[in-house]
Design a protein around this ligand. Structure first.
Ligand SMILES: [Zn+2]
Length: 143
């Protein structure tokens, strides 16, 4: 099915193609310092496809910290963080924030906590390649 999401003001919109109807959506409340402060709760599926439409790219701030291998896309208008991307070997991977998804029922969510703080960079990138969305398109501008 197609799952839609957007930041609060609509500057960043997501379209996520996910297998299963209803789909099973794993949900990870990340324990990193940024996600704890922002309440970031993430999902990904290596077989899903993600299309991101950004209306005004000048109002999206990109934030990285620590190993700087992940980029948080923060809407600077409304403060929402709809997605995180990671570029690994010239390929873009992403996870999306479950809280910005709109046509998802709570009963589809499979909650787990995750704490990856002790991972080294190499195993972190390998995990992302296995689990993150590997088909990511980001379009800027337009309507
Ligand atoms: Zn926004």
């Amino acid at each position: 099915m197609v799952i839609n999401g957007k930041c609060h003001c609509g500057n960043i919109a997501l379209e996520l193609e996910w297998e299963g109807d209803p789909p099973e959506i794993p949900v990870r409340a990340c324990g990193c310092s940024f996600c704890v402060k922002h309440g970031g709760v993430w999902t990904s599926n290596p077989r899903s496809r993600l299309a991101v439409a950004i209306r005004d790219a000048s109002r999206v701030s990109k934030y990285a910290f620590g190993s700087r291998t992940a980029t948080f896309h923060v809407c600077s208008r409304c403060g929402t963080v709809p997605l995180v991307t990671s570029e690994i070997a010239n390929h873009l991977y992403a996870v999306v924030n479950v809280n910005v998804l709109e046509n998802v029922e709570q009963s589809w969510l499979r909650r787990a906590t995750a704490d990856f703080e002790d991972e080294d960079v190499e195993s972190r990138l390998a995990r992302r390649r296995r689990n993150w969305i590997a088909d990511v398109r980001i379009a800027e501008g337009g309507a």
